[in-house]
Write a protein that binds this ligand. Structure first.
Ligand SMILES: C[S@@+](CC[C@H](N)C(=O)[O-])C[C@H]1O[C@@H](n2cnc3c(N)ncnc32)[C@H](O)[C@@H]1O
Length: 236
């Protein structure tokens, strides 16, 4: 089992997700106590993709985060650099391009798309795993049409210190143990806990989004701040 470190070496990150791909979605459901479904619904509402629009779901993994964008008739490109995650997604759907979702292999730091391709771009639980956050945000902006939207869904920090401490104890002590019970290994989930702990808080991430050229940047907390949704618009 490959475990990524906090330098987010791309080879290690991709190999780690290749290794956990088969059980990724099940483990998510269990570890988040089903909250992941609420978070995904919030992302879909924030992206507000309509019929005829083209959405990029970056770091889409198995494509679970991508499907709901098609409900109102948008088409989705689900892009990820873990071929293992993409393969699981393709197997589940019976092909790499099904029901409005097309799975594409690509690196967030050098997206394989032309400038101003997408009406909206989104990334769920992916930005934290990318080696260069600022470069990924700039690439997302490059491939977005002027007037297009960005939605980032990522683990964050609970603003109430006492509650955050309890949550951090769950992350560091309980989460890897539960993951080991389900999957038989815990290294990838130790990385998950550590990467969440060292991830910037809501305000700091908003600054990074702004510095990458996005306008009208705002965020809102989900589940007390366990997760935050950051939004931005490309205005020029
Ligand atoms: C925690 S999963 C999230 C998957 C999906 N978005 C979801 O919400 O379930 C993180 C994903 O980010 C992908 N990833 C990390 N760095 C990447 C990069 N530089 N380019 C493309 N994908 C990347 C990993 O391969 C992995 O599938």
């Amino acid at each position: 089992m490959t475990r990524a470190e906090l330098d987010k070496n791309p080879g290690d990150v991709a190999a780690m997700f290749d290794d956990i791909a088969a059980r990724y979605d099940l483990v998510n459901d269990v570890l988040s106590l089903g909250q992941d479904r609420l978070w995904r619904r919030a992302v879909v509402n924030a992206v507000e993709a309509y019929s005829g629009e083209l959405v990029l779901d970056l770091a889409a993994g198995t494509g679970t985060s991508s499907e709901s964008f098609t409900a109102r008739g948008a088409r989705v490109v689900a892009c990820d650099f873990s071929l293992g995650m993409l393969r699981v997604g393709a197997r589940r759907r019976g092909g790499a391009s099904r029901r409005g979702v097309t799975l594409v292999a690509g690196d967030a730091l050098r997206l394989p798309f032309a400038d101003e391709t997408f009406d909206a771009v989104t990334i769920s639980f992916g930005l934290r795993n990318v080696a260069d956050t600022a470069q990924a945000l700039r690439e997302l902006r490059r491939v977005t049409k002027v007037g297009g939207r960005l939605v980032v869904c990522e683990f964050s920090h609970i603003p109430v210190a006492a509650v955050d401490q309890v949550y951090n104890r769950y992350l560091m002590a309980a989460l890897p143990v539960i993951a080991r019970r389900i999957t038989g290994e815990s290294a990838a989930y130790e990385y998950l806990s550590e990467s969440i702990a060292e991830w910037p808080d809501q305000a700091a991430l908003a600054r990074l989004v702004q510095d990458a050229g996005w306008s009208r940047v705002a965020w809102r907390n989900l589940t007390l701040g366990v997760v935050a949704l950051h939004r931005g618009v490309r205005t020029a």
